[in-house]
Structures are given as C-alpha cells and as structure tokens.
Design a protein around this ligand. Structure first.
Ligand code: C2O
Ligand code: CU
Ligand code: CU
Length: 431
C-alpha cells in the first residue's frame, strides 16, 4: 500500500476454536479466523478500502461503529452482502477522527446470532499530534461468549432476547482470564464488544485515570476513579495508577435492571494483573486536546425508548417479543422516523421510559453529551468529549449535540444487540 492508504480484507467464516482447556473445540464464526477479528490500525487522513468476503451461510454486513464514514459505506441493515458475496467498503478518515472504534455485523434481523458466535473486531485511528503517542499501549477488547456443557454456542433463550445475552466467558483479546502485566506508563484502550454485558471494571490497589472516550482523547485528564463503567458498545482510554503488586481485574456488580434474571451479586474476575509503578506520565487537569463545542443547535430530535411490559410477560418462553420500541414504533426499514440536514447541528433529547438500562447509539460519527437528567437532578459531563454510545438508566434523559456531516440514511438504536434486533431502532434521513 502507498502512504496515506490502507487496504485490507476481512473474511467472515465459520470455523472452530479451542476455547476451553479440556473440552472440545467450539464452532464459531470469525473474521480472518481470529477471535476477536484482527485489530485494524489506521491514521487520520488515510484513504481506507476494506474488502469484505461473506463466507457465512446468511447475509451479513460490516458496520464501522463510530467512524465518520458515508452512509452508503456504513454497512447498515439496508445494504446486505449475500452469502458468498464480496463488498468493498471505502472511506477517508477526516482530521480529528482519531479514537478507538470497532467493527461488527449489522444485517437486518441477524446481528445477535452473528456477534454471539464471535464476529467483532477493534479499530484504532491515530492522530499526528497525539500528546500520549509516546506511551506504550495495551488493548483490552472485551467480549463475552456463552458456551454450553459441550463447549458449543447455544441458541438464544427467551431471557436472552428480553435482557440481552450475557456470555459467562468474558474474554480479553479472545483470552479467558489472561495474565496481564501493566504499569503506570501504559495507555490502556478498552472496548466493550459484549452484546449486553455492562463492564464495571475494578482493579483493587489501582485506580483508572480517564483520558479518552469513544471518539478519542478527552479535553483534559480527569480525576482517578476506583471503577469505570462501560455499557455495551462504549470505549474508553485510561492510565492506571497504583503501587507495585498483583491484583485481579474484576467486573463489579452493576444493576442494569434485567427483567428475566436477578442482577449480579458478586464480582467476576476476568484477568490477573502484575502491576509496576513508574512516574505518572500526565496528571489530572492536563489538557489533552481542544474540543470545540458544537454550538447552537437547529432541529430538536427526540427519541423515547419504550417497552411493552405486557407483551414481554405474555409471550414468556416463546417467540422473541418485539416489545422494545422507540417513539412507540418498532424498526421498519421502509420508514423514515426522524429527519436532519447535513452540516447542521441537531439537539437530541433521548428519554429512557423503560424499566431497564439501555445504551443509545447513533450512526454517522460522534456527538457531545451536554446534559443528563436523572431522578430529577441535572448534571453536565466533567469535560467535553466525543462519544457515539451513551447509557441511560431507567427514567434518565440525555441531551446531546450531533452534526451529521453527509446526507444519507442513518440508524440510531439501543446497543443491547438483542433489543436492536427486536426493533429498538429508528432511521434518521439526512438530506
Ligand atoms: Cu455498533 Cu448500529 O451499531
Ligand atoms: Cu454504529
Ligand atoms: Cu436496550
């Protein structure tokens, strides 16, 4: 490839992997026979061409989650690649697009099965002036898999459809409970690629210093936190502080108010960590980048997430309930739900009128959260940041600003993959 260009190939195909030490191999679906798919490392300004070869027995697409790519290159449900088919996705990465992204299938009515079998991978876009570029990086692409007693991936249960499916095997870069060696100098990029599992990460003896979100570096270094929460679809960049020693990376219980199963009671250990202290490379409050506020919005776009509790309870144990809605409607590809104009800032008001948490995601690029309203209290984020996925607790309202740069059809949806597939998704027509 010539400088400034990147070309790659992603082949989605069935295969098998040894995921347990003593059990049989697990039949799974992967990109390039790798689980997760290969890390794609790009730079701002690059012209990217990615060839997708679909060797699955069903239609698929590849969606570039969070990247500002044209609507017709975004691998949405309206643009399937047939079994045996090939498709080249092309896009150019604009200045300011550095960050941690990911790719995953997005076919109509087929996403949950494809992600549950292993299809997802990470993308990093780097910027020339990155102030943390000198730090060694560690990548935690976190996914989960459900395995039955024969180490095979079982079909979805009714509970999986309602709550979203959580696999008991939480993997970091495809490894079950890996041993990690970490130090203060590491810049750690974390991806939540799980269909429904919330990652409430803690590393006793250490703290996490947030430096980046979905769309790259934050405005400034934030105060250290004992735990960080990533909802499905979200990413974060952190530095880690602490003294020399051994620790365990764990998922603390987080109650996302599931309907069909009790919330977790105990922490789940997902890695062992050997930690080495070194001088902290940047301290709290240090500026990382300039993020210009998006400014005065035009349109108000409102999305109210709803559930039909009676339908969920009535169908128990039978067909998946199409009972998760946005603005009272279930997804229909032939319907335009909201409209916008390219280059104009929209003010989104997202309302969670359901009884459980939902991570809300909008295609087309990155947004700025300006306000949250929860239990009658309003709060603003600690600093400006670019995001493409934001969690809403029951009853919570999130106000954000987003500018769609190019015309076309864009999806917005809950990133609990089962909810998206069951219709908690709408279409924004940008003209
Ligand atoms: Cu990561 Cu529409 O999805
Ligand atoms: Cu997306
Ligand atoms: Cu949801």
């Amino acid at each position: 490839t010539k400088p400034g260009t990147f070309s790659g190939t992603l082949v989605a195909e069935p295969g098998s992997a040894q995921l347990t030490t003593d059990g049989p191999a697990t039949a799974c679906w992967r990109y390039n026979q790798s689980l997760p798919g290969p890390l794609i490392e790009l730079e701002e300004g690059m012209e990217v061409s990615l060839t997708f070869i679909n060797r699955l027995p069903e239609p698929s697409t590849i969606h570039w989650h969070g990247l500002p790519v044209p609507a017709d290159q975004d691998g949405g449900p309206d643009d399937p690649v047939a079994p045996g088919g090939t498709r080249v996705y092309r896009f150019t990465l604009p200045p300011g697009s550095a960050g941690s992204y990911w790719y995953h299938p997005h076919p109509h009515q087929g996403v949950s099965g494809q992600i549950a079998r292993g299809l997802a991978g990470a993308i990093i876009v780097r910027a020339p002036g990155d102030p943390l570029a000198a730090l060694p990086e560690q990548h935690w692409a976190i996914s989960d898999l459900r395995l039955d007693a024969q180490a095979q991936i079982p079909p979805h249960s009714y509970g999986d459809w309602v709550d979203g499916r959580e696999g008991e095997n939480v993997l970091i870069n495809g490894q079950y409970r890996p041993a990690l060696a970490l130090s203060t100098t590491h810049r750690v990029r974390i991806w939540n690629m799980c269909p429904a599992r919330y990652l409430n990460l803690s590393l006793p003896g250490c703290e996490f210093v947030p430096v980046g979100s979905d769309g790259g570096l934050l405005e400034k270094v934030l105060p250290a936190q004992a735990a960080i929460l990533l909802a499905p679809g979200e990413r974060m960049e952190v530095l880690v502080t602490g003294a020399d020693g051994h620790s365990t990376l764990s998922l603390l219980p987080y109650n996302r108010h599931p309907m069909m199963s009790p919330p977790p009671q105990a922490a789940l250990e997902i890695a062992t960590v050997t930690y080495q202290a070194a001088p902290q490379p940047v301290s709290e409050g240090v500026a990382l980048r300039t993020i210009a506020p998006l400014g005065e919005p035009g349109n108000l776009l409102r999305a109210v997430m709803m559930e039909k509790m009676a339908d969920i309870m009535k169908n128990k144990g039978q067909t998946p309930p199409r009972a998760f809605l946005i603005n009272g409607k279930s997804f229909d590809m032939a319907r335009v739900d909201l409209t916008s104009k390219a280059g104009v800032v929209d003010r989104w008001e997202i309302i969670n009128a359901t009884t459980m948490d939902h991570p809300f995601h909008i295609h087309g690029g990155q947004f700025q959260v300006i306000e949250r309203q929860y239990l009658g209290k309003k709060s603003a984020p600690a600093c400006l940041a670019w995001k493409d996925t934001v969690n809403l607790r029951p009853g919570e309202i999130v106000r954000l600003l987003m500018r769609q740069e190019t015309p076309g059809m864009r999806m917005y949806h809950c990133h609990i993959i089962e909810h998206e597939e069951l219709g908690m998704m709408g279409m924004l027509k940008v003209s």
